[in-house]
Write a protein that binds this ligand. Structure first.
Ligand SMILES: Nc1nc2c(ncn2[C@@H]2O[C@H](COP(=O)(O)OP(=O)(O)OP(=O)(O)O)[C@@H](O)[C@H]2O)c(=O)[nH]1
Ligand SMILES: [Zn+2]
Length: 380
């Protein structure tokens, strides 16, 4: 089909669960977005440059908060005119569209959707200090944007040589998280890893095998759900299934290995897994109530938690199996969570359909206490 450049296809109408007549109705395009995060200098721009020049046959819109020095096209962009925020869209040879904006927020994406349209994918590089937990829900639940794009996943790059230091460096402390001045240090590196669906351990050329193992173990202790990949120069071997098309928010897998043999290697953030017995349909409301207490109120029902022991959940995923055969899934970022029916075919993925699991990533997560509290709540 020939698409006129000036006439982007209509992307706005979603008509969720619309009629499925015999006529081949053109499905509204929902464009996936991947958030690329990572501490200062980890290799985010290197990764996006790599994607912009790689042969992948996809039209990818890349939104960088700032172009790197190495990029020639930088010259043709005017990024900052005084205080004014200027957006410039540029087509690159292989079909990529590039954008440089000071504000990596929703505005950039909205104007992208207005001006362009004919692309398959959006990659958004955040600043090195960004907390993806603040960004993700914007793309996930915002009604306006939610109708045209969906969050496919969060990819976090870490610098193999510096990540352990960053995780222990008081200078990297995240502000705004209410730890009452107590508790182990939580850095930007922590929150970037805890929210990730994929962690790319970059700059592997700068460490030896033993150091790399240490880095891997520490990251897995923080986030037992994320896929790990090791690279140099951010050269990912394969885009699909690695950075793109992760479907991290509409599928729930890997739950059965998450949090197993948790190591306490990181004092601040951990991954815990709670076993969920086969549920009666009527127990869903109780599960929902328990999740609200934990995610919204930072409380563990039935446990008298001291103020400085309040839980803080960054990511939540669950698979719930019901006696009537239903399988439901839970996806959450911070206090935002959603319960939905398992997509066809993925119901039993990663485990038996006779039981379920809730996996939480965050601070002050005491697994045995959470397990007891959960069972008491659903049996009450
Ligand atoms: N030795 C080594 N250097 C790398 C590797 N990947 C990237 N670099 C270099 O690390 C530096 C930082 O890379 P960037 O891609 O700009 O990192 P970034 O995460 O975008 O950095 P900020 O935007 O400043 O947060 C650059 O000089 C890269 O050339 C790698 O695998 N090994
Ligand atoms: Zn960069």
């Amino acid at each position: 089909m020939d698409v006129d450049d000036d006439m982007p296809p209509e992307l706005v109408e979603t008509g969720q669960g619309g009629d499925e007549g015999d006529e081949p109705v053109e499905k509204p395009v929902k464009v996936p977005i991947t958030i690329v995060t990572g501490y200062l200098g980890a290799g985010k721009t290197t990764l996006l440059n790599y994607i912009l020049t790689a042969q992948h046959g996809k039209k990818i819109a890349v939104i960088m908060n700032e172009f790197g020095d190495s990029l020639d096209i930088e010259k043709s962009l005017t990024v900052n005119k005084g205080d004014e925020q200027v957006e410039e869209w540029l087509e690159v040879g292989n079909g990529c569209i590039c954008c440089s904006v000071k504000d990596t927020g929703v505005n950039a994406i909205e104007s992208l959707m207005e001006k362009k349209g004919a692309f398959d994918y959006i990659l958004l590089e955040t600043t090195g200090l960004a907390d993806p937990g603040n960004l993700a829900p914007l793309f996930w639940v915002d009604d306006g944007l939610g109708s045209t794009i969906y969050l496919d996943g969060i990819v976090t790059l870490v610098d193999a040589k510096n990540i352990l230091r960053s995780l222990d460096d008081p200078a990297g402390k995240v502000e705004g998280h209410d730890d009452h001045g107590h508790g182990p240090l939580m850095t930007t590196a922590h929150v970037q890893i805890s929210h990730a669906d994929v962690v790319v351990i970059n700059k592997s050329d700068l460490v030896d095998a033993a150091q790399l193992d240490q880095v891997k173990a520490r990251i897995q202790a923080i986030n037992g759900l994320a896929k790990l990949h090791i690279t140099t120069q951010s050269a990912v071997p394969d885009l699909e299934g690695f950075l793109l098309d992760l479907h991290a928010y509409d599928q729930v897998d890997k739950l059965d290995t998450a949090g197993k043999g948790h190591s306490h290697l990181d004092p601040t953030i951990s991954t815990v897994a709670i076993d969920v017995p086969l549920l009666e349909p009527g127990q869903l409301a109780k599960v929902d109530g328990w999740l609200r207490a934990v995610l919204w109120e930072s409380e563990v029902p039935g446990v008298d938690t001291k103020e400085d022991e309040a839980v803080e959940v960054h990511r939540s995923k669950a698979r719930l199996a019901f006696t009537n055969g239903d399988i439901k899934m839970v996806q959450g970022v911070r206090e935002v969570f959603e319960v939905f029916d398992a997509p066809n075919g993925s119901a039993g993925e990663g485990g038996s359909s006779r039981s379920g699991k809730i996996v939480l990533i965050g601070r002050q997560l005491r697994e045995a206490e959470l397990q007891r509290s959960f069972l008491a709540t659903i049996q009450a």
